[in-house]
Design a protein around this ligand. Structure first.
Ligand SMILES: Cc1ncc(C[n+]2csc(CCOP(=O)(O)OP(=O)(O)O)c2C)c(N)n1
Ligand SMILES: [Mg+2]
Length: 550
């Protein structure tokens, strides 16, 4: 048994279902020998995305694994890992490494060293016998606390060296930390004393699978639930207490209720200041709950901190709120809060009806989103946006009907990232309709990898909003566009898809939207991916309701 066989056997024990990879890396053959299916991408950046999306949807209980060759392979994976780092995704990379003897000889690319600033933990193997120890450390980082990409770099000679003795390795369990009961008591007191409390849900709620508990807490207090960008669908957007998620764009309810909130309890959120998610406005009393103490007091001062797993925190809080609240159940308060949210939602959607119901051509993106929502069984969908205007258009208006059915991202915003994570989501949930919505500049970044979906029968649905421009850049490309046409990105992505063995339809009239969606969904049900290209307008109307500091 050589080093690669040892690592493959440990991956098998950890429940690895597939190896996202690109040759050469001896792990590919060793995994195939153990029936761990290698899935080859067309470029490493997207291969990392597959491992990322899989880990997200498995909520870190299982982890996507990516393997690349030393040098160019792992160099080319960098964007994927940098994005996964900003998103705290618990995925594992196992690049091959150049010989140890060359490790400090220029210009060797030392992956573990280079990647250390964008990983939760990165280690280099120095001999074959230490591989089980290294893998245990890697899985400990993956299965505890806040997530993040983890790397074990294995030089080729160590992959090939003979391993002596038995492999001493048992799978590392997921570890959850429970909150301090004193902090829970105080949090309950503060929430019950607040005039307008609000719950701010981050992606920690997804990882803790705490959606039902969060909805129960919201009803009990009562309090509305505002989600961050990655936290969107922490409770379904169709829930009467949901305000939706927020990037730069957001629902009117989100803005109005955040503006008047006095006490904000963030749960499973780092409360990081970002351009593509909500920020904590000044003047709020913040109760900050996260499983990572280093997030507390990082960007916003916490009046109270509650460290722990989101599910355990919410469960403890429900018990404590029930105790402190006693008989006064506040039934009227709940009903009137629901009514208040519903009436702002109604007014907001009425304001946007001219876009959502638009018959114009080139088509209005919001009309396409409306028809996607009406035509798809949203309870069986996992959907993600991409960078650019599609994120701003989709996130506020895509009303999820099921918790965890939206993959929001945006601490970094790499064009093209949505494609790989959607394939990863489909591998995690093969029965779901997994959809990514991207612009034409976005597909330009990673589009060749729709062939990965076709070759590996990963039946995702890719939606391209083709407006022939980098619409999101209009405000910064004025002189250069006028003089040199810098905004333009040309292409027919239906033809590209057909050339890459992906059936596709190009739609340029509103009357054809629904029929095309139905056809696309039917084809994905046969096990093939599909690409739907919509010829849309440039599109600068965004659902932006500003609140100072939000
Ligand atoms: C890798 C990368 N480079 C640059 C950017 C900056 N950027 C954000 S949106 C955008 C243009 C998006 O155009 P498109 O995908 O066509 O969407 P549109 O806004 O036209 O709908 C650019 C260049 C980015 N997000 N990612
Ligand atoms: Mg565009």
């Amino acid at each position: 048994m050589n080093g690669a066989d040892v690592v493959a056997e440990i991956l098998r024990r950890e429940g690895t279902e597939f190896l996202s990879a690109y040759p050469r890396n001896p792990l590919i053959e060793s995994c195939a020998a153990l029936n761990i299916r290698p899935i080859f991408c067309r470029q490493e950046r997207v291969g990392v995305g597959l491992a990322d999306g899989y880990s997200r949807i498995k909520r870190g209980k299982k982890n996507g694994v990516f393997a690349a060759q030393a040098g160019p392979g792992i160099e080319n994976a960098f964007p994927g890992v940098a994005q996964a780092y900003t998103e705290n995704v618990p995925m594992l990379m196992i690049p091959a490494g150049l010989p140890l003897s060359k490790h400090y000889v220029k210009p060797t690319f030392r992956a573990a060293d280079v990647y250390r600033p964008v990983t939760k933990w990165a280690g280099l193997a120095h001999n074959v016998q230490e591989l089980p120890d290294l893998m245990r450390r890697a899985y400990q980082a993956l299965r505890s606390g806040k997530g993040g990409p983890v790397m074990v770099e294995v030089p080729n000679e160590i992959f090939e060296a003979e391993f002596k003795g038995e492999i001493d390795y048992t799978p590392v369990p997921v570890q959850r930390a429970a909150p301090d009961p004193t902090a829970i008591k105080e949090a309950a007191r503060m929430l019950l004393a607040a005039k307008n409390p609000i719950l701010w849900a981050g992606q920690g709620v997804h990882y803790a699978e705490a959606s039902d508990q969060l909805a129960a807490l919201a009803e009990l207090l009562p309090a509305p639930v505002a989600a961050t960008n990655p936290g969107k669908s922490a409770i379904p957007d169709s829930h009467p207490l949901a305000l939706g998620g927020s990037t730069r764009s957001r629902s009117k309810m989100f803005a109005e209720f955040m503006a008047k909130a006095d006490v904000v309890m963030a749960i499973g959120s780092s409360v990081t200041k970002t351009n593509f998610g909500p920020n904590m406005p000044p003047g709020k009393t913040l109760i900050h709950s996260t499983n990572d103490p280093s997030d507390i007091n990082k960007e916003s001062r916490a009046a109270l901190s509650v460290v722990g797993d989101a599910a355990l925190v919410i469960e403890a809080l429900i018990a404590e709120v029930e105790k402190q609240k006693g008989a006064a159940r506040g039934g009227n308060a709940l009903a009137s809060l629901k009514e208040e949210i519903a009436s702002v939602k109604k007014a907001w959607l009425a304001e946007w009806a001219k876009h959502l119901d638009s018959d114009e051509t080139p088509m209005n993106q919001y009309r396409v989103i409306r028809d996607l929502m009406r035509t798809m069984d949203r309870g069986n969908v996992i959907i993600t946006h991409d960078s650019g205007s599609p994120r701003e258009q989709l996130l506020p208006f895509w009303e999820t009907t099921k918790a965890g059915s939206y993959m929001g991202w945006g601490k970094s915003t790499q064009l093209g990232y949505g494609l790989g994570i959607t394939m990863g989501a489909k591998l995690a949930e093969p029965k779901k309709l997994c959809v990514n919505v991207m612009g034409d500049a976005a597909i330009g970044m990673t589009g060749m990898d729709i062939e990965t979906a076709s070759r590996n029968k990963i039946a995702i649905l890719t939606i391209v909003f083709n407006n022939g421009v980098m619409g999101a850049e209009r405000d910064v490309l004025k002189i250069s566009d006028e003089k040199y046409g810098t905004m333009t990105v040309g292409g027919n992505y239906t033809k590209v898809a057909e050339g890459l063995n992906v059936p596709a339809v190009r739609v340029d009239k509103p009357a054809n939207i629904v029929g095309a969606i139905k056809e696309a969904v039917t084809v994905t049900e046969t096990g093939s991916p599909f690409l739907l290209e919509f010829v849309v307008k440039e599109g600068h109307d965004f659902s932006r309701y500003n609140v100072p500091g939000l």
